[in-house]
Design a protein around this ligand. Structure first.
Ligand code: GDP
Ligand code: IMO
Ligand code: MG
Length: 433
């Protein structure tokens, strides 16, 4: 099966952009299946750094077809800004394809995102403010605008006329005002439709045909398993299925089309926004991880909360996604620590818990049960040179840490990442594609 899926094992920002870009060297298509401009995927190629939000990570390779699947919510202004930024780097973006069934993040979704957060009082989710929750809510409530509608003036006008008054009333109930100018909105959306007509298509047909033709297709997840609407730390989650199950509905492919699932797993844990985080460190070690790991959001610039690796979380992710292996990232950030802790289970009211609890109040009371491992010293010289020499060249302590994780999760660490660059990676998988 020539498909690969790259999915976050934790609360996002595991390095999915880096790993997708690394693997895309051999890909024909890179396909996003959920999320929106709440994602921030950073890719470093030589001295160039790309921060992608809506565009799939394949877009920086001109020979790759980059598909924005129907499961995404697309903010047209954001997409335009991103395409412009890409073009400034000398790339055409010609490989882009947009699903005609993807939903549009409307300007009022952003306003509602803020209004809903304010209405939550002390219980805010800490969203990215990109209108993601309100847009997915409208999709499910059958009140969404789809990308294909931007090519059909009559349909678009009709949809907006039906939806706008309801949105106005809802906003008012939250103390917000939308001030919708339906004509201006229609005109703006039609102009995007015109501009992007050559990209808009039935991407389910495109991807299925590519798979049938033996093309190499990658699915790129956004966010992470713990932000999944069903299996994350509900209600402190995003509004889509980030797990591998989301691929089928978010692209329009059957389950049999999902091949090898690679779980991108940071060697420690981070989370942006509110919600339970059992292995969080609020001490100097947490600060150290944040500074050394550069743990500041790609989308909002917010400081990421940091903590030790939580194996309860990673095991949950391995099971839910059917991960064949993990891509272990940012191991270099742990260099030079004397000892490293890993959370192996939770203590909830005196009971040892091994499976991730669904009840948010249990999670808030959960205490981490740690095991302690020895640290290791960093290497001399360039990381790229070290990686060229392969896995055995890594410090012994780092290899022991990796083996510990492999034993606890039951899956191999197929890819090891010890830096931002493409060449700061070791690929240990036996079978590639
Ligand atoms: P994503 O949302 O999962 O794509 O992750 P982000 O791009 O938001 O955050 C990951 C950050 O870590 C980015 O700045 C990457 O360049 C960086 N990164 C990825 N892998 C490594 C690694 O192995 N070591 C270090 N030091 N940085 C890494
Ligand atoms: P990538 O793809 C980390 C978090 C937000 C908030 C919650 C809900 O870069 O890993 P939303 O705006 O989606 O309604 O916010 O989800 N969140 C992310 N955290 N990485 C992301 O994406 C995220 N996308 C959303 O911080 O807690
Ligand atoms: Mg990110």
């Amino acid at each position: 099966m020539p498909t690969l899926a790259v999915i976050g094992s934790q609360w996002g920002d595991e390095g999915k952009g880096k790993i997708t870009d690394y693997l895309a060297e051999d890909a024909d298509l890179v396909v996003r299946y959920q999320g929106g401009a709440n994602a921030g995927h950073t890719i470093k190629v030589g001295e160039e750094v790309f921060a992608l939000h809506l565009l799939p990570s394949g877009i920086i390779r001109e020979n790759v077809i980059s598909v924005v699947g129907n499961g995404l919510v697309i903010d047209c202004d954001e997409l335009e800004v991103e395409l412009e930024a890409l073009r400034k780097t000398g790339r055409s973006g010609k490989g882009l394809r947009l699903s005609d069934r993807a939903n549009v993040v409307m300007p009022y979704h952003r306003i509602l995102d803020g209004a809903e957060e304010r209405a939550r009082g002390s219980k805010t989710v800490g969203t990215t403010g990109r209108g993601i929750g309100p847009c997915y809510s409208d999709k499910i409530a059958r009140a969404g605008i789809r990308i294909g509608d931007l090519l059909d003036e009559e349909l678009l006008r009709d949809r907006i006329a039906t939806i706008a008054p309801v949105k106005e009333r809802f906003a008012e109930s939250l103390g917000a005002e939308l001030g919708l100018d339906q004509e201006a909105l229609v005109a703006k959306l039609l102009s995007f439709g015109k501009k992007w007509e050559q990209y808009i298509t039935d991407t389910s047909v495109l991807v299925n045909d590519a798979i049938k033709a033996g093309k190499k297709v990658m699915f790129e997840g956004a966010q992470g398993t713990m932000l999944d609407i069903d299996y994350g730390t509900y209600p402190y989650v995003t509004s889509s299925n980030c797990t591998s199950a989301g691929i089928c509905t978010g692209v329009g492919v059957p389950p049999s089309a999902v091949g090898e699932v690679i779980g991108v797993t940071k060697a420690y844990t981070t989370r942006v926004g509110a919600g339970p985080f059992v292995s969080e460190l609020t001490d100097e070690v947490g600060k150290h991880l944040q500074t050394k790991g550069g743990e500041f959001g790609t989308t909002t610039g917010r400081a990421r909360r940091c903590g030790w690796l939580d194996l309860v979380v990673v095991r949950h992710a391995v099971r839910l996604n059917g991960m064949a292996c993990i891509a272990l990232t940012k191991l270099d950030v742990l260099n030079d620590l004397d000892t490293i802790k890993v959370c192996v289970a939770y203590d909830v009211d005196g009971k040892r818990v091994e499976n991730f609890p669904s009840n948010v109040r249990h999670l808030e009371r959960a205490k981490p049960i740690y095991e302690e491992l020895d640290g290791w010293k960093s290497w001399e010289g360039s990381t790229a040179e070290l990686c060229k020499r392969g896995y055995e060249a890594l410090p012994q302590g780092m290899r022991s840490y990796i083996q510990y994780i492999e034993r606890s999760t039951g899956v191999p660490a197929g890819i090891i990442s010890v830096g931002k660059g493409r060449d700061e990676t070791i690929d240990r998988r036996h079978k590639k594609w």
